[in-house]
Design a protein around this ligand. Structure first.
Ligand code: ZN
Length: 193
């Protein structure tokens, strides 16, 4: 009998859980990678019996390993599974009850170099690249507004957006493939694949 010993229905659900568990959502990926880099990662050890914090740590160790193998891919998964903003309880009168998520912002910032590669040689506008990556990972902004804010022609912005999105889609697909294998092998899923 192939008994399942995990607790997640999908690898994506596992990553979403870990990235949004407790205060982990406030830790920059780089700091987590340093913490987790040397952790041994067993195969098929399962998660049953571990509490949420231990499960999250276990999953983050796998993310750190993916980060070493495919840094931009790991950043894409982090940006996909976190929200651009997180709740804020600072209590200031001016507080809007939310603030930018450090984890999401860091992942998106890292992907700027990847976006630059997608545009090939020649100059590209850093702010344009950043805005297109932000839009791709959930920020609600139109290409028209991005073009206007960057002082760039709409058609140019659209062309750059198309190239960057294509690259990001392929990057993310490859990263999910690696992630799915990693999480399944580690025995974190409810049902054997
Ligand atoms: Zn606040």
């Amino acid at each position: 009998m192939d008994a399942a010993n995990g607790t997640f229905r999908t690898p994506k659900e596992a990553l979403f859980f870990a990235l949004n568990f407790g205060k982990q959502a406030h830790h920059p990926l780089s700091a987590l990678s340093r913490l987790m880099r040397d952790q041994p990662l067993g195969k098929g050890v399962g998660l049953v019996g571990l509490d949420g914090a231990a499960q999250a740590g276990f999953i983050m160790a796998h993310l750190a390993r993916l980060d070493q193998q495919n840094h931009y891919g790991a950043c894409a998964l982090v940006a996909r599974c976190t929200h651009p903003r997180r709740a804020c309880d600072c209590g200031q009168p001016c507080c809007s009850k939310s603030r930018p998520s450090e984890v999401w912002c860091e992942a998106v910032a890292e992907l700027d170099a990847f976006a630059c590669q997608q545009l090939g040689t020649g100059l590209s506008n850093r702010r344009l690249r950043r805005s297109i990556v932000e839009k791709h990972f959930g920020l609600d902004v139109s290409v028209e507004k991005i073009a206007h804010d960057c002082g760039i022609h709409r058609a140019t912005a659209s062309r750059h957006a198309g190239a960057i999105r294509k690259g990001l889609r392929e990057l993310e697909a490859r990263a999910w493939e690696a992630w799915d294998i990693s999480i399944a092998e580690a025995g974190m899923l409810l049902e054997a694949a």
